[in-house]
Every structure is written in structure tokens, then in C-alpha cells.
Design a protein around this ligand. Structure first.
Ligand code: SF4
Length: 629
């Protein structure tokens, strides 16, 4: 892997597409690498820290090539909130005179104007397909040309596109796909490429994978997102409900499902605890319940009954049951099949290997840019996604912010290792945390490996003189509560600051922008290694077989934890003016087996008195009443 590049002079055509006055030092290397990778049909995997201007760089390189060569850029995001920055960047490009056409879409269900549509994902799909086929959706029946024309003339955010389509009386998704035929860029969710949606959408916009330049934003999320797409459970109550739903439209399907539910229930009762099973376990249980038909016949009946119900706009579980039965039968490689026995037993399917779905996509697209502030190490993501070695370009770009604005220290006196989780250790963590919080002039966020550990430490923190108002994340929080927590921190910053307690890998430690130096310090408590369970062990074993013992272990077990630490640590410094301390309270990160998995730009320096070190960072070597400016 290369750190940066910058060797190649920037093509004037690429530079002229850039949406800002100047290409900053550091961005030029990334931009040159991106333009070259696309030109040569390669896949650039870029670990590019916050502040690199990733969206502007990636869209500039991709749009310039797409306009010249007649390709389509698919800008893939993992969250709706990431669409705005792509839309704004495309608008800037247009404002600077570049004739780029960009269309923004989300899942069809999120754009639907038909108030009879059911809310379930697969049931919605059946409903929509039925009404399109039978020409009974009024929105779809009306032409979408006018709304599509608007979307081509201006870069509309998806919310604006939905309102434009509503005003024209047409289906917003139909309008978006019509506009996409003329677009250079389609901003959409990962699922548009890494699920069966791709097979429906690409023909409608008259494109093939070979026409596509992929840009994957926050690409560290991609392997897990692909895995979660092929993950599901099936239990007897689901089959009973499916039988009841199917009965009015297909009595035979209803009766067969009822018998299958009994047979599956019996099979689950015979199992103790949780264990890994083979494909035949569920196939046998289903077939024992069937009366005169086979597994494939049942599957077809369930699909058809589901289509009928969804077509009537009725909520139904049948499409989910059909999908699970099909996946269980058809996917033979890279999946884990589990059974949990007993009264609440279930069969579970987990995709272990994202390459099962992604390798063929990366083989067939023209080129791609995968980028994230924590795409570390890029080679691991290339391996996990099944990207051919000959087409990989691996890069780690330097942090563009002043080094002196960030101090990273490790507290070697604590650990959250399972064998050392004792009341004394929780008390020690609480004391260290309160001492650090007292040394920081502003808000502090502490991120724990789990809510259980957070609770243990919180109990002890409450007994100590904190000097900051506590803001404690709950597992039940949604977007509104998170927004309120940020508001509280903004208000507290004007006084002595607050102490936010949350979890690593949670919604406050990833994907949240604490803009304006809202956090003066982040404390990362522990290393969030997955607790041992069958799924984690199966993933380790699978990767160790596929990538060798050491690499496989690190890919399955160590890097996911390191990524959560880096994500949480990255919340503090969002601009070149921000200044923050990062404290890693975990002795294990100093052990070579874990230390080697951190990037070079995240120095792990053990410090005996962490609170003093943090105080010195903010107030200078001799403590004074005011922080350094
Ligand atoms: S075709 Fe009709 S049901 Fe389907 S998304 Fe459009 S408005 Fe909704």
C-alpha cells in the first residue's frame, strides 16, 4: 500500500471540474489517484481522514470521466443524511459551469405517494409490483416526463424530487429513474448495487454494470451492510402466521404451512441450546410437514399467495418467509446456518462472506472508488469484498489537520478484558474518567464497549464529584433524542461542559458530526472485541480458512473493534480549527497483536498520569485558569 501519491500532475480537465476555488495540498494526490484509477478501470480503496474533502474529490474524478466516456457514476451512501453533501457538491459543480446531471434517489418505499402501500419491505415491493403490472397505481399510470425534466434541469434532493413529482401527479421513483437515463450521477443507497434491486433498476435506466463507475462513501460500512442483507430468522410462529394469511387466498398453501409449522416446531423442540447446523436440517423439517408436495412447490405457493395479498395492500409476512426459504435452499457458500432449540427456537441464516454478493459486482463495473476516514487497512476491505488483486489501488492519505491540535494518549492502568471485569476495575475506570473530564475545558464524550459496561461505570461515576453535567445515551434513543443530546452539549459548552456517556459502534460514536469543536475530548473505554459466540467463532474460522490464520483472525475479530475505536476517536476533530484530546483507556491496545492493527496516524502513547497529560495539553505545562487559545 502507498501512503498518498501526488507523483502525477493533475489533468487540467479534472482540475476544472473541481467544485472549489483551489485543490488543497493533500487533495491533489487523492484526486490524481482517483482520476487515474477510473481511467484505468481499477478500484481505488482510500483511507482518507476527515477533512480530505472526499466527496468533492471523488465526484470530480468520476464525473469528469463519466461525461467524457458516457458512463454513469453511482454514488452510494449508507445513510440518507449523506445524500445532502453529494447533492450540494453536484450543485456547486453546476454553479461553476459544469453541465453535470445528478439525480438523487432513496428506497422506492421512502419515495412512494400511494397511501395504501403497506409498510413492510418485501410486502411493499409485492404491492408496488402488483399495482404497476395491473396499472392500478394512479401515480404510476400518469406520465413522469415533466417531473423527470425538472430533475434533469436542476440537482434536486430526493425530498424536493418527491414534491416535484407530487405536483405533477406522478410516481417520484418513476420520475427519478426516467431522469437517471440522462444523468451522469445517481446518488443512491448501497442496496441499489449490492442487492437484487440492481437487476430491476439497471435495465430501467438502460445501463449495464460495465457502464458504471462506483463511488462508495463511508465504505468501511460496506462489508457489514452486505452481510446484513442476507441475514434472517425463521420460527414456528412466523410459519403459523404465514399459514393464516395464506388460507383465504390459497387454502392449500395455508394448510401446508400449518403442517410445516408443526413439523418445524417439533424439530426445534428436539434441539438443546444453540448450534451450527447443515442445510438439510431445515429442508428435512419442512419436507416432513409437507403433504404430497415438495419444498420447491411450497416456496412457489408462498410467493404467489404473498404477491396476491401485497397486491391488495395488506400487510403480510409471506414474502419474508419465502425469501428465507429460498436463501436457505439456494445459498451454499459463505453462510452460517444456526439453530436455537426450545420453545422459542428458530432457524437463522447469517452471511459470513460479503464477497458472495460483491465480488461479481467489482469484477463487472468499469471502476470504483471506495473511501472512508477509517478504511483501515484498505487491503482488508479489498480482500473482504473479493476485489481482484490486479485491479486494486490501495492508498492511505495523511490527516490534513495540524498535528498539534490533537493529543492521543493511552491509559495502561485499565482494561475491559472479560477476565478482568471486576467491581474494582469499574471503580478505577470511573475515577480515571472523572479525573480526565475535570482536566478538559469543554464537553467530553466517553464511549464504552457495551451498555452493560456503561451502566457499571455510570453507577460509580455518580458517586464522584464530576463537575460536568451527565448526558447518558440510552439503547432506546432515536434521531430526536440524539438531536436533543447534541443541543444539550451545545448549551453546556458555554458553561463547564458536559460528560456524554455512549457506546462504541453506536449512533453517537459513528456518523455524527460534532461540528464546531463540540467535543474537546473523547475517551474510548476498552477495546470492543465481539463477545465469544457461535457466529463470531464461525466468522473467525471461515476467514482463517480463506485468508490464513493470522490475517483471518485479525479480519474477523481485531479490525472490527479497532474500526469502532477509530470512529469514536474521530468525532472530536472535524475541521482544521478544532482542538481535542483523545484518551484510550485500555492496556491491551499496547500489545503488539492489537497495536499493529492501528493506523500509523493514530499514535498509541502510554501515559502514567493521563489527567495531568490532558490538562497540560489544554492549559500548558503550568496549570493556569484559562485554556490555551
Ligand atoms: S408505483 Fe405507485 S406504489 Fe409504487 S412507488 Fe410509485 S407511487 Fe408507490
Amino acid at each position: 500500500m502507498t501512503v498518498g501519491s501526488g507523483a502525477e500532475a493533475l489533468d487540467p480537465a479534472v482540475r476544472s471540474a473541481f467544485p472549489f476555488e483551489r485543490v488543497r495540498p493533500g487533495q491533489d494526490a487523492f484526486l490524481a489517484d482517483a482520476a487515474r484509477a477510473i481511467r484505468e478501470g481499477k478500484h481505488l480503496l482510500a483511507h482518507a481522514p476527515t477533512g480530505t474533502g472526499k466527496t468533492a474529490v471523488a465526484l470530480t474524478a468520476a464525473v469528469e470521466f463519466a461525461r467524457r466516456e458516457g458512463k454513469l457514476v453511482l454514488f452510494l451512501t449508507s445513510k440518507h443524511s449523506q445524500h445532502w453533501i453529494a447533492v450540494e457538491t453536484l450543485r456547486r459543480m453546476r454553479a461553476r459551469g459544469l453541465g453535470v446531471v445528478g439525480v438523487d434517489v432513496i428506497a422506492k418505499q421512502g419515495m412512494c405517494l400511494n397511501d395504501r402501500a403497506p409498510s413492510g419491505g418485501l410486502a411493499f415491493r409485492e404491492f408496488c409490483e402488483h399495482h404497476v403490472r395491473s396499472r392500478t397505481c394512479g401515480w404510476f399510470s400518469r406520465p413522469a416526463d415533466a417531473a423527470a425534466k425538472l430533475a434533469v434541469q436542476k440537482v434536486l434532493h430526493v425530498r424536493e424530487l418527491v414534491e416535484a413529482a407530487r405536483a405533477c401527479g406522478t410516481c417520484p421513483h418513476k420520475a427519478a429513474l426516467e431522469a437517471a437515463r440522462k444523468a451522469h450521477v445517481l446518488v443512491c443507497d448501497y442496496n441499489y448495487v449490492f442487492s437484487d434491486i440492481r437487476e430491476r433498476v439497471l435495465p430501467r435506466i438502460e445501463r449495464q454494470l460495465g457502464d458504471i463507475v462506483l463511488v462508495v462513501d463511508e465504505a468501511h460500512n460496506l462489508p457489514d451492510r452486505i452481510r446484513s442483507h442476507l441475514t434472517g430468522d425463521l420460527d414456528a410462529p412466523m410459519l403459523i402466521r404465514a399459514g393464516k394469511e395464506a388460507k383465504p387466498v390459497d387454502p392449500q398453501a395455508g394448510a401446508q404451512l400449518h403442517e410445516v409449522a408443526r413439523s418445524v416446531h417439533k424439530a426445534l423442540q428436539a434441539v438443546e441450546g444453540e448450534r451450527v447446523v447443515g442445510r438439510e436440517s431445515l429442508l428435512d423439517a419442512v419436507e416432513k410437514g409437507l403433504r404430497g408436495i415438495g419444498y420447491g412447490d411450497l416456496l412457489q405457493m408462498v410467493i404467489e399467495a404473498g404477491e396476491t395479498l401485497a397486491g391488495r395492500g395488506l400487510p403480510t409476512i409471506l414474502p419474508d418467509v419465502a425469501e428465507f426459504l429460498r436463501w436457505w435452499r439456494d445459498i451454499k457458500e459463505g453462510v452460517l446456518r444456526l439453530v436455537v432449540g426450545g420453545a422459542d427456537g428458530k432457524f437463522s441464516l447469517r452471511l459470513l462472506d460479503p464477497a458472495v454478493l460483491s465480488a461479481s459486482v467489482f469484477r463487472d463495473v468499469h471502476a470504483s472508488l471506495l473511501m472512508s476516514g477509517t478504511l483501515h487497512p484498505p487491503a482488508m476491505y479489498a480482500d473482504l469484498l473479493g476485489i481482484e488483486p490486479a485491479r486494486r489501488v490501495l492508498r492511505a492519505y495523511p490527516n490534513p489537520f495540524p498535528k498539534e491540535n490533537r493529543r492521543v494518549v493511552v491509559d495502561p492502568s485499565v482494561t475491559t478484558s472479560y477476565d478482568r471485569r471486576t467491581p474494582a476495575m469499574y471503580a478505577r475506570i470511573a475515577e480515571e474518567l472523572v479525573a480526565v473530564a475535570g482536566a478538559v475545558p469543554g464537553n467530553v464524550a466517553a464511549f464504552f464497549p457495551s451498555y452493560e459496561l456503561l451502566k457499571e461505570v455510570l453507577q460509580r461515576v455518580r458517586t464522584l464529584p464530576i463537575g460536568k453535567q451527565l448526558v447518558v445515551e440510552s439503547q432506546k434513543w432515536g434521531a430526536a433524542e440524539r438531536a436533543r443530546a447534541l443541543e444539550t452539549l451545545r448549551a453546556l459548552r458555554l458553561g463547564g461542559g458536559g460528560l456524554l456517556l455512549g457506546v462504541q459502534g453506536g449512533s453517537l460514536s459513528e456518523g455524527v458530526d460534532y461540528a464546531g469543536n463540540l467535543l474537546a475530548a473523547a475517551v474510548i473505554v476498552g477495546l470492543p472485541l465481539s463477545p465469544p459466540n457461535l457466529e463470531v467463532e464461525a466468522l473467525k474460522a471461515y476467514y482463517m480458512r480463506k485468508f490464513g490464520a493470522e490475517r483471518g483472525y485479525d479480519y474477523a475479530y481485531v479490525y472490527p473493534a479497532v474500526n469502532k475505536v477509530l470512529q469514536a476517536a474521530g468525532r472530536c476533530i472535524r475541521s482544521e480549527r478544532d482542538r481535542a484530546a483523545i484518551v484510550v483507556m485500555e492496556a491491551r491496545v499496547l500489545q503488539p497483536r492489537y497495536a499493529k492493527c492501528f493506523p500509523q496516524d493514530f499514535p498509541l502513547e502510554p501515559v502514567a498520569d493521563v489527567a495531568s497529560e490532558v490538562r497540560t495539553f489544554f492549559y500548558g505545562p503550568v496549570a493556569s485558569a484559562r485554556p490555551c487559545s
